[in-house]
Design a protein around this ligand. Structure first.
Ligand code: ADP
Ligand code: MG
Ligand code: MG
Length: 209
């Protein structure tokens, strides 16, 4: 599916998509949080881009590790440490692989979700980024078990993440700032789930191009 240069390209594209959606993400967070998610993500991914530009990576794991450290170091708010942990877990899952295939990609997403669960003390159904990420890797696992090719796996992940994010409208927030709203969080999409769907969508689009 991808070696180092393509992963750099995919992450750069994800960073661009986050930047394009900065306002949208901030509006989502304005409705049920403190209105900074777009700003936090834009800032974090601008540092990821800087890290990517600096280069000098030995392996894909190294790339994810340095990107994750950039997110942890530069994003305030809940999302920085959580996305940072996701990237660091991805790095650990890759070990010294020089190339990743679609199975590796799904393993990365699963490892990232496990990291977020642990760091955020959160689980599926609490109206967070996990409600995009968990259905995404599950759809990827299903696609793999059906013998689908890399493009189909990536598209299945993208579609399930998008549906998962949209479906957070039906969930009551149990974690993070929006949990203070309780039932009033219903009818609104979780911003972290929305940004997760954007990132996974950008990765699928990059490899489809
Ligand atoms: P903050 O809430 O600190 O302002 P952001 O607005 O950048 O940070 O990020 C909010 C997002 O973080 C939420 O939409 C949600 O998806 C995610 N989030 C918050 N707390 C948790 C948690 N404990 N576990 C998983 N995700 C969380
Ligand atoms: Mg916020
Ligand atoms: Mg905040």
């Amino acid at each position: 599916m991808a070696e180092l240069n393509q992963l750099i390209g995919a992450l750069n594209h994800a960073a661009d998509v986050i930047e394009e959606n900065k306002q949208h993400l901030t509006e989502l967070d304005g409705a049920i949080g403190d209105g900074d998610h777009g700003i936090n993500m834009s800032r974090g991914f601008s540092f990821v881009k800087k890290t990517l530009d600096e280069g000098g990576f030995q392996t894909p794991a190294d790339l994810f590790k340095k990107s994750g450290m950039a997110l942890v170091a530069h994003v305030g708010g809940a999302s920085g440490p959580l996305f940072g942990t996701a990237f660091l877990r991805a790095s650990m899952a890759l070990k010294d692989k020089t190339e990743i295939n679609s199975e590796d990609y799904i393993s990365i997403l699963k490892a990232a979700a496990e990291g977020i669960k642990m760091r955020g003390k959160s689980q599926a159904g609490e109206k967070t980024m996990l409600d995009a990420l968990i259905p995404a890797y599950e759809a990827g696992e299903t696609a793999l078990s059906q013998g689908k090719d890399t493009q189909e796996v990536l598209q299945a992940v993208k579609a399930a993440a998008r549906t998962g994010a949209t479906d957070t409208e039906k969930l009551v927030a149990k974690k993070g700032r929006s949990s203070y709203l309780g039932e009033r969080s219903l009818g609104h999409q979780d911003p972290g789930a929305a940004s997760t769907a954007l990132i996974l969508g950008a990765i699928a689009d990059y490899f489809a191009a």
